[in-house]
Design a binder for this molecule. Structure first.
Ligand SMILES: [Zn+2]
Ligand SMILES: [Zn+2]
Length: 267
């Protein structure tokens, strides 16, 4: 999960995501709209008797924040909470994905994150394996791992049975921020760039001092990074209809969407 605003629990319920689920939380910065959902979420996890540890990554301050709430509210947590002070670079390396961070450019320290899925193994062709006489079980597993096996003295190359590995997805989350070069390189060739697009062009003078981007600036970042899709987020509440933002962004980068609650994107 990237950031945890006030509405997070409600949205999780609507998306049917259980708070007991395995989860890591990456906080961009310590402004309320990005962290105030954490206390409630941790409380719900405790009430559900969560056992899995919870990993939270974020800039300085996040640890103190959670500790202070824990001290004063007494969540009675049933699970370990590990809080990591995140710095630019690779901050997480899991079996299936990595998370990297760079400094964004906001009014307080703020991190932008990339979620990079590792290449997925190719498809396993069951019919071919059967035709070649490979019995189901450990030999299939070895082939899936790219290792040759022997069946009745005959060597079977994994490439006969397993397709080419498929690239994983790369998603970059960059808000709150002014447009900047570190994000361009973090987002290089990403499948999706979710970027601050708080204002329209008439408010560019305000965007800079506030530490935000206009939709057109987000589009320039997307273009420079050669991403496949841009999703504008952190839209100012003044836009009941965000179509002006979409129009301005599309001038520089056509494949743009405005984020909506519970939006899903297919690959
Ligand atoms: Zn902020
Ligand atoms: Zn914000």
């Amino acid at each position: 999960m990237f950031d945890c605003g006030e509405g997070t629990q409600r949205q999780m319920a609507l998306a049917r995501l259980s708070p007991a689920k395995k989860m890591k939380i990456f906080i961009s910065h310590m402004h309320g709209d990005h962290v105030l959902g954490l206390p409630g979420l941790i409380q719900s996890m405790a009430l559900l008797g969560r056992q899995n540890s919870l990993e939270i990554y974020g800039p300085r301050g996040v640890e103190r924040f959670v500790e202070l709430v824990n001290e004063t509210v007494q969540f009675n947590v049933t699970f370990p909470i590990h809080i990591h002070e995140a710095k630019p670079g690779k901050i997480n390396d899991e079996e299936r994905y990595e998370v990297h961070a760079v400094w964004a450019d906001h009014v307080i320290p703020c991190l932008a994150y990339s979620f990079v899925e590792k290449p997925k193994p190719g498809r396993f062709h069951v019919q071919v394996a059967k035709r070649l006489g490979v019995p189901e079980g450990p030999l299939w597993k070895m082939l899936q791992m790219g290792k040759a096996v022997r069946v009745k003295g005959k060597r079977i190359d994994p490439r006969l049975v397993v397709g080419a590995s498929r690239p994983g997805v790369k998603i970059v989350y960059a808000t709150d921020t002014r447009p900047n070069r570190r994000i361009v390189s973090l987002a290089s060739k990403a499948d999706v760039l979710i970027h601050d697009g708080t204002f329209d062009g008439s408010l560019e003078e305000k965007a800079g001092p506030d530490g935000h981007s206009t939709a057109a600036q987000a589009a320039m970042v997307a273009k420079a990074a050669k991403v496949r899709k841009l999703v504008l987020t952190h839209i100012s509440a003044r836009y009941r209809d965000p179509s002006i933002l979409l129009k301005e962004a599309k001038k520089a980068f056509r494949n743009t969407l405005v984020a909506q609650d519970l939006m899903t994107i297919e690959f």
